[in-house]
Ligand binder design. Structure first.
Ligand code: HEM
Length: 420
């Protein structure tokens, strides 16, 4: 899998069905584009995000603290009211706000309605993608025959909403630029994008900005919230694993100090847990579908030009030769006898080669900081009398757990140290 996906001949995308419609049948954006425009847009976007501090743990820590406040508030309210939490409802909006912060550079009250709208339509998009997106990709005609049944209308509604909001952001940035601002005055991603409109209009135009906006929202929000939901699922199913993680947190932050990303080096068990959650849940089970740009030789086989490659990571994540007991959820497989982190090179979560996920670092910072800050404060359990939730994942745009509920209680140590 690795050698095929890393091959330059396998860098194309299968742009059919809804994936073509969402791009207005143009070669633009990052996720679905190809060739020079893909390379330029991807490189510029992630270099610029990195310049703005995304991917830098220190800056991300501030973003994540802001995003986690609303998650803590929801959990605190549920504890006071003694009600259960529906896990599929708590992460998506906070993570989306963080992506908004990455792109727009601020989270002001006027942004509230746009974020609310993106969150509502985004949730509907995820729920509609149970199998519709896959089928319409194979038989594109079906999206016009059964648009409602296949969720096509809901999916296009999400893309249209994204485009409308992105267009307003772009026009605002462009208007500022037209007031002859100096490069130093560019403060956020939109400003920096607009600065290039005159010198390179082929790449820096409204349509490409709309697609980048869609790509960043879809790429970061659904995947990371699904990973968090899967982590919660395993924490309540295996309380002994949750306690082991909590003991590790106490060792590093005994006095209730907030954890930083650099603390992960002293926390090999939680890192092992996050890897094992990826292995078992396979959020992006088929990685990203690729199209072969020219005949590709692999061993004695030839993969013909235009063949679509849909990697099936189950074959790898469930391989008994690699994992011995792949059916068991066992974070310890990523720790050696001294407790150090090992075997991470065996993971394929973020794919391979030039088209591998460019948000891997952001995703890792987010999942580590969000999860540790939650587990530092709260103990998560299944509600009394509730049967164990199923551990297999629900198909969709990304795989996520079937809906389940949890109960939270405050950790005594956190409340005590925090109040001191
Ligand atoms: C748990 C979290 C995440 C997982 C499991 C994940 C996984 C993936 C995978 C498997 C691909 C396809 C790679 C390929 O085609 O070979 C991908 C692509 C992509 N991801 Fe992620 N991702 C995550 C988070 C993020 C975040 C946080 C961002 C943005 C900040 C992001 C942005 C993207 C983009 C833009 C692409 C398209 C890359 C291209 O086609 O060149 N992802 N991701």
């Amino acid at each position: 899998m690795q050698s095929i996906l890393s091959n330059e001949a396998a860098l194309g995308r299968d742009v059919t069905g809804i994936f073509a419609d969402r791009c207005g049948h143009q070669n633009l954006g990052i996720t679905m584009s190809e060739g020079e425009i893909w390379e330029k847009t991807r490189t510029w976007t992630f270099k610029t995000l990195s310049k703005l501090g995304c991917g830098n743990a220190r800056n991300m820590e501030n973003y994540i603290r802001m995003a986690s406040e609303s998650i803590f508030a929801q959990i605190d309210d549920s504890i006071m009211a003694r009600v259960d939490i529906e896990v599929d409802k708590i992460f998506q909006k906070s993570i989306l706000s963080m992506t908004w912060l990455m792109i727009v550079g601020k989270l002001s009250p006027e942004d509230g309605p746009d974020i609310e709208l993106l969150s509502d339509k985004g949730r509907a998009f995820m729920e509609s993608s149970f199998f519709g997106a896959g089928i319409t990709n194979v038989f594109p005609i079906l999206r016009f025959i059964f648009p409602h049944w296949l969720g096509y209308n809901v999916q296009m509604d999400f893309f249209t909403t994204c485009n409308k909001i992105a267009k307003n952001l772009f026009l605002e940035g462009k208007a500022k630029q037209d007031l002859h601002r100096t490069p130093e005055e560019a403060k956020n991603f939109v400003d920096l994008f607009s600065q290039n409109c005159n010198s390179d209009p082929k790449t820096f135009n409204c349509e490409n900005f709309q697609l980048i906006f869609q790509d960043l929202l879809l790429g970061s929000t659904d995947t990371t919230s699904s990973h968090m939901e899967a982590a919660f699922l395993h924490l309540v199913t295996f309380p002994e694993i949750q306690e082991k993680i909590y003991r590790e947190i106490l060792q590093v932050s005994g006095e209730g100090k907030p954890l930083n990303f650099s603390d992960r080096n002293s926390m090999p068990y939680i890192q092992a847990f996050l890897h094992e959650t990826h292995r078992m849940s396979r959020i992006a089970q088929n990685l990203g579908p690729r199209r072969v740009l020219r005949d590709l030789k692999y061993k004695e086989f030839t993969i013909k030009k235009d063949t679509v490659i849909l990697p099936d990571t189950r074959l790898y994540c469930e391989d008994k030769i690699i994992w011995q007991d792949p059916e068991n959820f066992r974070p310890e497989r990523f720790n050696n006898s001294d407790g150090e982190l090992v075997n991470t090179e065996k993971m394929i979560t973020f794919s391979f080669g030039k088209r591998a996920c460019p948000g891997e670092r952001q995703a890792n910072i987010l999942s580590f900081l969000l999860l540790t800050s939650i587990l530092q404060r709260y103990k998560l359990s299944l509600p009394e009398g509730e049967t164990k939730p199923r551990l297999d994942m629900k198909l969709g745009f990304s795989q996520r757990p079937y809906p389940f509920k949890i109960r939270c209680t405050w950790r005594k140590e956190f409340v005590r140290d925090y109040l001191q």
